[in-house]
Design a protein around this ligand. Sequence first.
Ligand SMILES: [Zn+2]
Length: 309
Amino acid sequence: MSVVRTVRGDIGPDQLGPTDSHEHLFFVTRLQPGDEMADLEAAVTEAGTLWEAGGRTLVDWTPLGLGRSPEGLLHVSLATGLHVVGATGVHRDAHYPPEGPLRAETEEGLARRFVADITARDAPAGVIKVGASYHRLQPLEKKAFAAAALAYQETGVPICVHTEHGTMGLGIVEHLLGLGVPPTAVVLAHLDRNPDAGEHAETAATGAWLQLDGPGRTKYWPDSTILRLISDLAESGSSAQLLLGGDTGRSSTMRSYGGGPGLDYLFARFKPRLERELGPELSQLIFVDNPARAFAFEPRPGAQRSPAA
Ligand SMILES: [Zn+2]
């Protein structure tokens, strides 16, 4: 029986409800100085706005070494009622300093850390995050991909991938397939940063999940670009593989830190517009039915959580 592993424990995929497939409630990286998110009460307040806008599940993609806080996510989940799926894993190379401790880890060592996070008694991780650079995989990234594949083999937990500017989606799927990970267990993020429906349709033909997560990033492109992309992908038959996230990701975009447009933008503004322009069936598919399949997995023997002490 397949489950979704949340920080409060395993739930049935049908319990997810409307899902924001990509967020960060805690995130500290050298790439975004001044944009740190490490405040527990701000996270609770911000996540609460998602609940008020109709969201019921949030997937947090912050991996190791970047302010990741499983306890914080658990606190937010208990305080707001949201189901929260947390991540383990390693982001793309540039987020880590040259002398960072993760670089010294072996592939096997990283895999052991990922599995330990997934099987943790308290606030377990429910996805494995890895990251790619612009059109290439750097050594740390290759190591993280290999470790993620090992952790996947052991647990069955899906692998969620940061693509840089939406590049290399197909290459990433092929690379993971070569490591024994089926495309159906792979979620590719940020594909709307290269809004090319033709290329995405080719990637979708493999069976991988396509995630668009840029609504509200108005200085880069308007929401209408994402709506057109969704409509083109639906027309080419990929709608059952689409996911949407806010990827708010910075304190300057969170209202609880004094920024905007806020974590609830995806649900409060973009979702109603999608329903008006593309119809409620597509919305139901992208916000409810697809996440319930994308983040679900059949737990393998190695996914069993550590018993209470
Ligand atoms: Zn992100």
